[in-house]
Ligand binder design. Sequence first.
Ligand code: MG
Ligand code: MG
Length: 263
Amino acid sequence: MQTEADRSAQKSIIASLTRKFPNVKVVGEEGSSDLSNIRDDWIVNDYSDAILSKICPQEYVNIKDEDFTVWVDPLDGTSEYTQGFVEHVTVLIGIAIKEKAVGGVIHQPFYKCNGEEGRTIWGLKGLGVGGFVPNDPPSDKFILTTTRSHSTEVVQKALDALNPTEILRVGGAGYKVLQLLEGKAHAYVFASPGCKKWDTCAPEAILEAHGGVLTDILGDHYTYESGVSFPNKRGVLASAKGQSHKQIVENLPTEIKEYLSKM
Ligand code: MG
Ligand code: MG
């Protein structure tokens, strides 16, 4: 599904990034965008002084522009957007260096809290996260978050195998990972090939910058170098900081792991 909002947001993000970083490869969900005739007020030129005042981790200081790939999902949770669940909608911009997801932002354009409207969560491995208040999930429960609109029999089987005390069904990879970062769920489980590299690059980097883990259902990391195939064929498994990712992988039924490994 694609709306005018998806296309417009992508144009604005890709044009802004490529003007500033012409040698960085930017891959957007909506395919190649026509960047001619973009209105000047769609180009973002300002910086976050709060983030730029931080010290860049040493491992990133000498990276060449050519080694970066930026993965853009201009609107994650489009189904929810069209159905009015706008709080599930996020804008995802993930930064990979060679094959590894290292940083990114999850922006919530419709976030509302205490008079605050919209917020931007950021993370960089080796530096940390910001833009929100992280929290740990409750120790006396085991809450899973999963798809709201793309469930299947296998997806449900994987959830049931983990014996959750509660299952949250929400839209968007960005929003699900935010639930882990905010302590609302312990793990995000989606045993289906439905999502793509632009869905997971930013969420993976931010979650892992905070001590969580995001992999496929078999426990292996996806790779994000430019040219990699887009689909995350082996599903998504993410766990909040402090959870045993390995244990969750082990608790998933072997036949589901085998099924997804053949995708
Ligand atoms: Mg998406
Ligand atoms: Mg999208």
